[in-house]
Ligand binder design. Structure first.
Ligand code: SAM
Length: 543
């Protein structure tokens, strides 16, 4: 099969899967196609869903979702069934049998473990590998295939710990749980707009005129910031914010609030919707509690309460207990930022369910930068594109838990919340979200996407500064706030504050008081490489 035929087959199987979501055969079928297309991350998610469904064949009482498949019933039989049935799906499905389980369980384990290894999720690959080896010990070819994958896991373990490992002695915690997925615009994603089209720009400018009347969104050419200095310089046409007229020093030029926010604080004293501090109970307009059975969900005003119901809270009202158990109490400080992205994805799922709108069509999501590579059908396995952090926990298991806690069946909801949709959300949020640190322990505790604010590009000599409490703003720098350029005893004259008409609004993604080497280190994640702004290039002695 050529790559385009595999892609075509993937699209056909996906349609069948969405119509028959509890059928493990369909999940396995699609997972195999994903592996061929060079998406082991998506393959691992499908293989896992096939496995979870198959487990219900062996242990139906322990499983919430049961494996079954649609069958074409003869019309007369269907009509008879329809009349006394509980639900339509029950009518034309039959349970997956033990024979069917036996026929595919080995393929499911092999696909799951090999695709997790390919992504670099070695911890989960190890755990499923151990389970698979125990279960399939009477199946020599499956054991051989799993053994090959476990050899790779052992190599990683040995390189990390410096000690030779037998499977039984491996401590999975020493294995990496996070790997990478390709950060591409999936060829079947029909939600991504042409961000540079006149229609998109005029729509964004209409929205911007309300919150930043002196600013305009325009297309801009930016250097592509490769990780190595040897790469050829290239440009990328993206969006940026510009001044439509002269802006005075100290002037606030943009104010934006967003409900696409997430916090890992439990029992918060911030408004659930806008994150403003809650007013005193004795205030003229005291905080407003959710009346739908949520104990800890409080809003700073009636307006926030009402907006929240319409925008995201409607679908999760009364479900706080279960949802609060996800992603908040994270022991390892290194994981906190990643879990905040999960919570942001959770908020997007709640928005999507409340508004009955596809998550990738939400106005807060649709137009934001995702830093996607183009998908090249002919060379589908380019590792250069594998830049999106991917873990079995954050991209597969926990989102499934969120949907479950929202009272949704994650299998039935696959047509809306498939793994590729979640990966696309992660790519967009990782490229644009801003974070706030805890005053307790300095760890990240709040993050948000402000869809217009985040259109501003970075410079280490920015002309604005920003503040974020209930809303985020840009304020033009004063004369005494512009960056000082310094190298080897040489200092450049300070640029005056304010922003002239047609100048680009330049934000800063790192602390501009740091020396150039440190600034480049800090900003490289958000920029996708080494900063080449005029100040960095001059301070690093590259001009
Ligand atoms: C938050 S977005 C900024 C808006 C984005 N340009 C857009 O089209 O929506 C961050 C991305 O913009 C690009 N970017 C921002 N500042 C840059 C700079 N100084 N040089 C090169 N690329 C930059 C990088 O690709 C980065 O990942």
């Amino acid at each position: 099969m050529s790559a385009s035929q595999v892609l075509q087959a993937r699209n056909e199987v996906t349609a069948k899967l969405y119509a028959d979501p509890h059928n493990p055969h369909r999940h396995l079928e699609r997972g195999i196609l994903y592996e061929k297309l060079g998406f082991p991350d998506l393959a691992s998610a499908d293989a896992y869903r096939a496995l979870a469904l198959l487990e219900s064949v062996i242990d139906p009482d322990e499983c919430e979702f049961h494996a079954k498949r649609k069958v074409d019933l003869p019309k007369t039989e269907k009509e008879t069934n329809d009349s006394d049935s509980e639900s339509e799906e029950e009518d034309d499905t039959v349970p997956i049998t033990q024979e069917e389980y036996d026929a595919i369980i080995d393929k499911v384990y092999v696909l799951l473990v090999s695709s997790l290894v390919q992504c670099g999720c070695y911890r989960d690959a190890f755990e499923f590998g151990v389970r698979g080896l125990a279960l399939l010990k009477a199946n020599p070819s499956a054991v051989a295939l799993l053994d090959t994958q476990m050899e790779r896991v052992k190599e990683i373990y040995e390189s990390r710990t410096g000690s030779k490992a037998e499977l039984a002695s491996i401590n999975p915690r020493q294995l990496p749980g996070q790997g990478f997925a390709r950060r591409v615009l999936y060829p079947w994603n029909e939600h991504e707009p042409d961000r540079r089209s006149p229609e998109t720009l005029s729509m964004l400018n209409e929205r911007l005129s309300v919150i930043a009347p002196k600013c305009e969104v325009r297309a801009v050419s930016l250097p592509v910031l490769h990780a190595t200095a040897d790469d050829n310089m290239d440009v990328s046409i993206q969006l940026g914010l510009f001044a439509k007229e002269d802006i005075s020093p100290d002037e606030i030029i943009l104010r934006e609030s967003s409900l696409l926010t997430a916090t890992n604080r439990l029992h918060d004293d911030l408004c659930d919707a806008c994150n403003a501090p809650l007013p005193d109970l004795s205030a003229a307009e005291p905080p407003v509690a959710c009346e739908g059975g949520c104990v800890d969900i409080i809003f700073c005003s009636q307006a926030c309460h009402d907006t929240a119901q319409e925008v995201y809270h409607g679908a999760i009202c009364g479900l706080e207990d279960g949802l609060d158990s996800i992603g908040k109490d994270i022991a390892d400080p290194k994981d906190k930022a990643d879990y905040l992205y999960l919570l942001l994805v959770g908020r997007a799922l709640a928005m999507s369910a409340t508004q009955e709108k596809h998550a990738l069509d939400l106005p807060e999501v649709k137009y934001i930068w995702g830093d996607f590579h183009d998908y090249d059908l002919e060379s589908p396995r380019s590792s250069k594109e594998a830049t999106l952090p991917f873990s079995f926990q954050l991209n597969v298991l926990q989102p499934e838990r969120i949907l479950d806690e929202m009272g949704l069946d994650p299998y039935v909801e696959l047509h809306r919340f498939d793994t590729w949709v979640l990966n696309t959300l992660y790519a967009k949020f990782r490229g644009t979200a801003s974070g706030r640190l805890s005053t307790w322990d300095g760890g990240p505790e709040l993050c948000a996407v402000h869809p217009l604010w985040c259109l501003a590009n970075h410079s280490c000599d920015p002309n604005v500064t920003w503040e974020w409490s209930s809303e985020i703003n840009f304020r033009a720098r004063r004369d005494d706030e512009t960056a000082v350029w310094a190298r080897e005893g040489e200092v450049k004259d300070l640029r005056p504050g304010g922003i002239a008409k047609d100048q680009e609004i330049l934000n800063h993604y790192c602390d501009i008081a740091l020396p150039v080497v440190k600034r480049r280190e800090w900003a490289s994640g958000a920029l996708g490489g080494t900063c080449l702004c005029d100040r960095c290039v001059w301070e690093a002695g590259e001009v």
